[in-house]
Design a protein around this ligand. Structure first.
Ligand code: DGL
Length: 254
């Protein structure tokens, strides 16, 4: 039994939805969340730039003696998960676009994979496409995470309308939210798409994976109540209230 914290990070507020899913699955754990707001977005940077940023974030989290790390960011996972796993002795859990359940739902149409440009350029994504991407179409969404960070719902609605207007929706079977920021737009996207289109994301799967790993390695906490701490490299007066609000919203998103 181990009461040390679990580190969770993203380029900004996107991973807060993942964090909400983690607390639902593991209510006795102590989570430490870091949003690298000052250096966001990651998705329009190079792999090398993101690796350097991730190193700094992780070094900061290690000062709190984390027992495991969750990369609550598809982009940082693609760019830096393998690097971290090669270096660290604690478990590193990453995220990837939830293509498998989308492909299982395939009914003859297309599967749209929304993600950042950098996620879609990674070797990791190519290998995912080889396994589950027979009907998938990558859809880079530069600029969309910023609208979530700014809580710009009108801008996001417009962005998504433009994005989906290029597709015949009766020929789309699933939409994969391959960036943790986009999960906060799920209720909006659900309203825009026909009911039969499945929308997938990786939050619940990541939470189950973390639980499996902690159980296997006997790292679960036995404390009676868990808790969450949040930090940002941006202006805490601006970012922390948004994080708190999104955490509550994240708890409600299925
Ligand atoms: N939330 C991140 C992801 O899951 C990316 C956002 C960014 O571009 O920084 O990919």
């Amino acid at each position: 039994m181990d009461t040390r914290p679990i580190g969770v990070f993203d380029s900004g507020v996107g991973g807060i939805g993942t964090l909400a899913a983690l607390t639902k699955e593991l209510p006795n754990e102590h989570f430490l969340y870091f949003g690298d707001t000052l250096h966001s977005p990651y998705g329009t940077k190079t792999t090398e730039e993101v690796q350097l940023l991730v190193r700094d974030v992780v070094a900061h989290m290690e000062q709190s003696q984390i027992k495991a790390l969750v990369i609550a960011c598809n982009t940082a996972t693609g760019a830096a998960a393998a690097m971290l796993r090669a270096e660290k002795t604690y478990p590193v859990i990453g995220m990837e676009p939830a293509l498998k359940p989308a492909e299982e739902h395939w009914q003859g149409g297309r599967i749209l994979v929304m993600a950042t440009p950098l996620t879609l350029r990674q070797e990791k994504f190519f290998s995912l496409m080889e396994r589950f991407g027979a009907h998938a179409v990558p859809l880079p969404c530069p600029g969309l995470m910023e609208l979530v960070e700014q809580e710009d719902d009108i801008g996001a609605q417009k962005y998504l309308e433009d994005l989906f207007s290029g597709w015949q929706l009766d020929k789309v079977d699933a939409v994969v939210l391959g960036c943790t920021h986009y999960v906060f737009l799920k209720p909006m996207i659900r309203q825009m798409l026909p009911e039969r289109i499945l929308i997938t994301d990786g939050n619940a799967g990541t939470a189950r994976q973390l639980k499996r790993v902690l159980t296997d390695k006997e790292l679960l906490s036995d404390s009676l109540t868990g808790y969450v701490e949040m930090e940002t490299s941006g202006d805490p007066d601006i970012v922390l209230p948004v994080m708190h609000k999104l955490f509550v919203k994240g708890l409600e998103i299925e």
